[in-house]
Design a protein. Structure first.
Length: 201
């Protein structure tokens, strides 16, 4: 089933592991496409930025549902898949930011005569993309670039670990209330639901 063609992810039949497999394939394909795009002798919004937007859309539609499932229904089955995906997406972002040919191609388009023919929105988008490349370490070289990539990977790992600890702590928290007056103002249905959950646990 082609998940990309769906307006919304089919969460009822979605297999996170399959999405990660498809994501791996899409990232490898995207790298080849970007290598080709960056080598074009003549650059335009249509032959550079539009294909890049399509790549971003495809990868987002594969990774987004997995990330969403981890946020709303984290489990022992989803967590390792999510961690694998986070690592892959961090590596992907680092690879794109470190692609000198792509960065130079975008800069060339920004500095070309055709830049003035672009719409205001397109001009702003290009300017912001160049800014984001620089913030992602594109101007760094050698050991500095490698160090920046290592820091980004470690930051991603720590961020994932922290969010999981927060979620685990939240789910483990309980508050035992025996005095009904402390529940004043809550609807009876909410009190009944809480009581039933307490009995089940």
């Amino acid at each position: 089933m082609n998940l990309i063609a769906n307006a919304l992810p089919p969460f009822d039949i979605l297999d996170p592991k399959q999405n990660i497999t498809s994501l791996t394939e899409s990232v490898e394909k995207a790298k080849q496409t970007i290598d080709t795009l960056a080598q074009q002798p003549s650059l335009s919004w249509e032959n550079l930025m539009m294909p890049l937007a399509a790549i971003d859309e495809e990868i987002s539609r594969l990774w987004g549902p997995v990330s969403h499932l981890h946020s709303v229904c984290d489990s022992e089955n989803i967590r390792p898949v999510y961690e694998q995906g986070v690592q892959m997406m961090t590596q992907w972002g680092t690879w794109v930011a470190g692609h000198e040919g792509l960065f130079k191609a975008i800069q060339a388009l920004h500095g070309s005569d055709s830049f003035s023919d672009l719409s205001q929105a397109q001009q702003t988008a290009l300017t912001h993309i160049i800014r984001d490349f620089r913030l992602a370490g594109s101007d760094l070289e050698g050991k500095a670039k490698a160090r920046f990539a290592a820091i980004k990977m470690r930051q991603s790992e720590l961020s994932t670990l922290f969010s999981q600890h927060v979620l685990d702590s939240t789910q483990a928290f309980t508050l035992n209330i025996t005095d009904k007056t402390q529940l004043a103002g809550l609807p009876d249905s909410a009190i009944a639901a809480a009581a039933q959950r307490a009995q089940e646990e």
